[in-house]
Write a protein that binds this ligand. Structure first.
Ligand code: MN
Length: 242
């Protein structure tokens, strides 16, 4: 039986050294002992191309590398809405594998759907349009063809606009859409879904078309961390790391 650890929404950035320190400790205490680590997006607060020297992040990247090469923990990474520009070069450097969103795994004979969670928030039409644009490989190539400085400038202006419109949006718009979530359960023939993104950690049980379903929402990381541990003995429950 594989020992699987799942995290998301760490939003790591050099300007928040305490969260980086928390992750380094978590890597040692928890992730190093697991067979597999899934990172379900927004691991980094911002990322605008693997050519960024990103000196403030190297301590994190080195720890990921060590997890794989010394601790024998396989790492699978899914893009979030903040680190969707993480590419194959960084994956190679840190020895993780990039997985698509959604990604289905099988555990104890049960299929589990892993997602970042932003695609479930369909009430945020403005964001979904933005997502469609920036996830287009052609847009990404054109973006990467610009200098790092130009990319930072573009990202900054996009960010300012997004922060302004986010503050104007209703709470429900920023959460998952129930009809969309039901549809993802039905279309993927699954009863268990795990995602992050909304920063509303919870375990939701719901009967959909006669099937009991469970949706686990991972929390974000600041002074404490949130993770899920799948192993032979543990029940499905969200854990806090501090
Ligand atoms: Mn997110």
């Amino acid at each position: 039986m594989k020992d699987i650890v799942i995290i998301s929404d760490l939003h790591l950035m050099p300007e928040r050294p305490e969260t980086i320190a928390l992750f380094l400790r978590f890597a040692e205490d928890i992730a190093a002992k697991a067979d597999t680590l899934y990172i379900l997006g927004d691991f980094l607060e911002v990322w605008w191309g693997d050519d960024d020297p990103a000196t403030g992040y190297q301590v994190v990247f080195n720890r990921l590398t060590k997890l794989v090469t010394e601790n024998n923990t396989d790492i699978f990474f899914m893009h979030g809405n903040r680190d969707f520009m993480i590419g194959n070069a960084l994956a190679k450097q840190c020895h993780f594998k990039i997985i698509e969103d959604p990604h289905k795994i099988s555990y104890k004979g049960q299929d589990i759907l892993l997602m970042h969670g932003d695609t479930l928030c369909t009430d945020d039409i403005e964001y979904q349009q933005f997502r469609k644009m920036v996830r287009n490989p052609e847009w990404q190539q054109q973006f990467l063809d610009k200098s790092l400085d130009e990319r930072f400038q573009i990202a900054k202006s996009v960010r300012e606009k997004s922060q302004q419109s986010t503050s104007e949006k209703n709470e429900y718009i920023m959460d998952v859409n129930q009809a969309e979530t039901d549809k993802v359960f039905i279309d993927n023939h699954i009863k268990l879904m795990i995602h992050g993104h909304t920063h509303r950690p919870a375990i939701h049980h719901k009967n959909i078309n006669g099937h009991e379903t469970t949706r686990i929402v991972l929390g974000d990381w600041h002074s404490t961390g949130s993770y899920l541990h799948l192993n032979a003995s543990s029940d499905l429950q969200l854990q806090t790391y501090q």
